[in-house]
Design a binder for this molecule. Structure first.
Ligand SMILES: Nc1ncnc2c1ncn2[C@@H]1O[C@H](COP(=O)(O)OP(=O)(O)OP(=O)(O)O)[C@@H](O)[C@H]1O
Length: 302
């Protein structure tokens, strides 16, 4: 049996004469949180719709749980839950009523609704009309609806899009819980590198329908080394001092010096060293890369 919950083999997909997915070979390990990262229009939603057989792929290019999707549609999709675009919620019903509705539709005992509410942290809001829910609560209800059938695999298309910081944290923690405590495999799409870095164990990066990188989150970090950004006075002397102390200067502006980030302990040591030698350090932090910089790193490394 394949170790991949999802495997695509040279997948191609066109809308008319526009090719939106090109030779895409995804490998999503069972039990992973796979961050599917790419800018708007990269082809993420199209790929997710293909994985759900909402768009039909050519034969023998998409395998879910090791089975070809087109010829095993019903059996495979029974094991998959999804949240694509807006969650299908009846606003005039409470969260619990929405879930009971789904249980009835799927022929599942109604008491499952309480388990799902607890799982996504909505027990207290169970009897509130869902149109009174915050966006984060609505997303969590959407995920609960996708979980009613107890799927092994969850496909979440930009689940934190449009959420406030609290909502983002709620959804993020829920994904981590589902993967670690409930052993779900999760494919989650996003256009934000920082978002994926906080949850994913594995990453696939797509641009213009093509896979640029695929690997573990650690492999991604090796490829795209984080930097320590030091804002400091007397910049020329500080850079010279750091270089003489054995640190590699990766970049320098008139206010900041960048050196490769190693650990928070090393950052502390550098801070102490600079202060003891008479420099004033205004800030010192690990620079976060955005997707654009990551693309540059990947292209350089290839
Ligand atoms: N139904 C459709 N008909 C024609 N073209 C489409 C259709 N759906 C998507 N596209 C085009 O396919 C390309 C990929 O879109 P897709 O929605 O898959 O990207 P995405 O990575 O999910 O981006 P976003 O985050 O903006 O949704 C885009 O150029 C889009 O305009």
């Amino acid at each position: 049996m394949s170790n991949f919950a999802i495997e695509t083999v040279g997948l191609n997909y066109n809308f008319g004469n526009q090719t939106v997915v090109k030779d895409l070979s995804l490998q999503v390990p069972t039990g992973s949180i796979y961050g599917f990262l790419g800018p708007n229009g990269a082809g993420k939603t199209t790929t997710i719709k293909i994985l759900l057989n909402l768009l039909q792929s050519p034969a023998d290019q998409v395998f879910v749980f090791g089975k070809e999707i087109n010829s095993n549609r019903i059996a495979t999709l029974k094991r998959v839950g999804a949240l694509v675009e807006q969650p299908a919620i009846y606003g005039h019903l409470t969260g619990k009523e929405n879930l009971i509705n789904r249980c009835i539709l799927l022929g599942i005992r109604k008491s499952k609704s309480d388990e799902m509410l607890a799982l996504v942290g909505l027990t207290e809001a169970a009897n509130k009309k869902s149109n009174k829910y915050s966006l984060g609560m609505k997303q969590r209800l959407g995920i609960a609806l996708a979980l009613v059938s107890d799927p092994e695999l969850l496909l979440l298309d930009e689940p934190t899009n449009g959420l406030d910081p609290n909502g983002i944290i709620e959804v993020r923690n829920l994904m981590i819980d589902l993967a670690t405590k409930h052993k779900k495999t999760i494919l989650v799409s996003s256009h934000l590198l920082a978002e994926i870095e906080r949850t994913a164990t594995h990453v696939g990066i797509i641009n213009k329908g093509q896979l640029l990188f695929q690997g573990t989150i650690n492999e991604l970090h090796l490829l795209s080394k984080p930097m320590l950004e030091i804002e400091i006075d007397n910049i020329e002397h500080a850079a010279e001092f750091l270089a003489n102390s054995g640190y590699q200067i990766a970049d320098q502006t008139d206010k900041k010096i960048l050196i490769p980030y190693t650990s928070s302990k090393d950052s502390g040591t550098i801070n102490t060293l600079l202060i003891q030698n008479g420099f004033t350090v205004s800030s010192l932090y690990q620079q976060r890369k955005d997707l654009e910089n990551l693309f540059l790193d990947i292209t350089k490394n290839n």
